[in-house]
Design a protein around this ligand. Structure first.
Ligand code: G3H
Ligand code: ZN
Length: 283
């Protein structure tokens, strides 16, 4: 993340919950020479298993020689953040954005204290402002209120008082994609980002809801201080679309023979994103 900040690029966090998705993401990162963050929401990690994904990522790291971090994406409580840390996660995202500010700050501090006492090298991400929506296809655009956006002054205070390494911010980004279009109506407020960047120093700024944001906006955000971009929905859509096609077209009963076209479809999305983030050839 420090290298990304100095080099003006961003590291992609790609959300996964099974071996096929992990394979797709790791193979592209290897081919492009990119550092990598594997993201797992509370639901995703409950499905694959916390210790299991840490072990699998370690094997891919060993085989590819890439720096690979597993991030506990959107941990909504101290307990779920702690569980991920105990299982060996090197990235912990505590998302207290639904709590009042004081509660968010209090738990973020506890998470930092706990994680750093267990593993000083682990990265803790906090969240301030509300990144709305889930990682899915929405039928209608989500309207943002002023109170959903991250306030730059409050962000500075939150970072200072919590001790977090990274901050997820809300500046026009929402989770998911809209109206069946991959590039939806999301536009980023770059002026707000510049303001947050100016006030939060070396804190790593994170763009959530990376799916569906027009590429020029993502590039502009990276130029102005975003060093991590999270992608989930576009991977899910590619995966499910091609799985449906694969199952529909063949009478195949050998499971591993169903996956190559699905993995290829996910790989295309990952490749496009890594190129957009500029993290290729950085190893
Ligand atoms: O935390 C996960 C990301 O923010 C995913 O957002 O589904 O819009 O790509 P996305
Ligand atoms: Zn997110």
């Amino acid at each position: 993340m420090k290298d990304a900040q100095a080099g003006g690029y961003a590291v992609g966090q790609f959300n996964v919950s099974n071996l096929e998705q992990i394979r797709a993401v790791c193979e592209v990162a290897k081919a492009l020479g990119s550092p990598l963050i594997l993201g797992t929401s509370e639901g995703e990690r409950k499905f694959i298993g916390l210790k299991q994904i840490v072990a699998i990522a370690n094997v891919w790291q060993e085989e590819t020689g890439l720096p690979i971090i597993v991030n506990a994406d959107h941990s909504r409580s101290f307990e779920t953040a702690k569980d991920a840390c105990d299982a060996g996660y090197m990235g912990i995202h505590f998302d207290g954005s639904e709590f009042p500010y004081a509660e968010n700050l209090k738990i973020a501090k506890q998470v930092v204290e706990y994680v750093k006492s267990k593993n000083p090298d682990a990265i803790v991400e906090g969240e301030l402002g509300r990144v709305l929506g889930g990682s899915e296809m929405h039928t209608e655009a989500i309207a943002l209120k002023e109170s959903d956006f991250t306030d730059p002054e409050l962000a500075a205070q939150f970072v200072r008082e919590s001790g977090i390494d990274s901050l997820a911010i809300s500046f026009g980004n929402v989770h998911g994609v809209f109206g069946g279009r991959l590039e939806g109506s999301e536009r980023l407020d770059i002026e707000r980002l510049k303001n947050i960047r100016a006030k939060t120093g070396e804190t790593f700024l994170v763009l959530h809801g990376g799916s569906g944001i027009p590429a020029p906006d993502v590039s502009e955000a990276i130029k102005n201080g975003i060093v991590k971009v999270n992608i989930n929905t576009e991977l899910r859509i590619a995966y499910i679309e091609y799985l449906r096609i694969a199952l529909h077209r063949t009478g195949e009963t050998t499971p591993y023979k169903i996956w190559p076209t699905v993995i290829d479809a996910v790989k295309k999305v990952v490749e496009e994103k890594i190129k957009l983030f500029g993290s290729g050839n950085k190893i």
